[in-house]
Ligand binder design. Structure first.
Ligand SMILES: C[S@@+](CC[C@H](N)C(=O)[O-])C[C@H]1O[C@@H](n2cnc3c(N)ncnc32)[C@H](O)[C@@H]1O
Length: 310
């Protein structure tokens, strides 16, 4: 009997690099948040944002019998349910391949309706726990007030689209470079999202080992007196050290190291960092809803966005 030859990468329309990239992305999906990072960020917001609200954690936010089998988001809201004055906590568990949090192969919906309610788990037929499953979407659109989680890196584009279209408030973790990534730039330009307080550099692998990745909190909840404004160096153009400013081949100004020209009227290019530090709250706007790739002496530089003073 003739054996079926495995299809080549070429026949599948893939390159080796694309395959590696895909695998790496899927690996990043299994980077779990450290409890301290959830606590550090969520403690920054006014308690009033939670009062009488339904919190929805919708990406593999397991609720188990102990800390190891519970997502740090579920745990935070469990522990602080009364202090925050929550009305309800809904956490959905996604039955992924890795079986994180040892919660089995079935998706479920956990609901806690009050401080003294220990909560119940439902396992609806064919429910995967995916954030885009019809039942998860129904909770998002009809019940949730505030959404909090760390969504899978590989599904970030779909996740942001669904979340932002829902119009719900949110505090989520995502890649630090979203500000300079085409799919996300329009949300920043339209003021539908901005940086939360902190970056998140360390995560836990399924084996509970520390691993590094560049994440940041994002939200659409007002940030009071952003501490990172202090990293923005707003000064006249002529005072910016020359080593931190240059013009690209199209004569567009590029500034680095937190320097922002306070008296420059034309669009100029910045990296993600100043935007994450609150530049768009200081009288500057994004000029286009796309990424800007400066070219210097014919060589492409890393991605930026164009901003200008209003
Ligand atoms: C970055 S981890 C975060 C897990 C947990 N929320 C935390 O913060 O520790 C993202 C999780 O989303 C899960 N996931 C993957 N695809 C999903 C989907 N379509 N819907 C919901 N969760 C998904 C992954 O298996 C992974 O456990």
């Amino acid at each position: 009997m003739a054996k079926n030859k495995p299809e080549t990468l070429e026949a599948r329309g893939l390159t080796r690099q694309a395959l590696l990239h895909k695998a790496r992305k899927a690996d990043y999906d299994e980077f779990y948040t450290k409890y301290e990072d959830v606590e550090k960020e969520l403690n920054m917001y006014s308690k009033s944002i939670w009062k009488n609200k339904v919190v929805f954690c919708n990406c593999a936010d397991a609720v188990g019998n102990d800390k190891l089998s519970t997502s740090p988001f579920s745990l935070y809201f469990f522990r602080n349910f009364r202090t925050l004055g929550l009305k309800k906590l809904i956490c959905t568990y996604y039955a992924g391949k890795v079986g994180e949090f040892n919660q089995g192969a079935k998706g479920y919906i956990f609901t806690k309706t009050g401080y003294s309610d220990i909560g119940t788990k439902e396992y609806p037929k064919d429910y995967t726990g995916s954030f885009d499953h019809p039942l998860s979407l129904k909770i998002l659109r009809e019940e949730a007030d505030v959404v909090c989680t760390n969504p899978p890196f590989s599904r970030a584009i779909d996740y942001w689209k669904i979340l932002i279209e829902s119009g719900k408030r949110f505090i989520i973790i995502s890649n630090i470079s979203n500000v300079v990534t085409l799919a996300f730039v329009p949300y920043f330009k339209e003021g539908k999202v901005w940086a939360g307080y902190n970056r998140v550099d360390w995560y836990l692998t399924p084996k509970r080992e520390l691993t590094e990745a560049a994440g940041h909190w994002y939200t659409n909840i007002p940030i009071n007196n952003r501490p990172k404004y202090k990293n923005l160096k707003l000064i006249p153009l002529s005072n910016i050290p020359t080593k931190y400013m240059k013009y690209d081949d199209s004569k567009t100004l590029i500034v680095n190291n937190g320097y922002i020209p306070s008296d420059y009227k034309k669009p100029f290019a910045v990296s993600a960092r100043p935007v994450l530090n609150g530049l768009l709250e200081k009288g500057y706007v994004l000029v286009e809803d796309k990424v800007y790739y400066p070219c210097i002496n014919g060589k492409n530089c890393f991605a930026r966005v164009l901003v200008k003073k209003i």
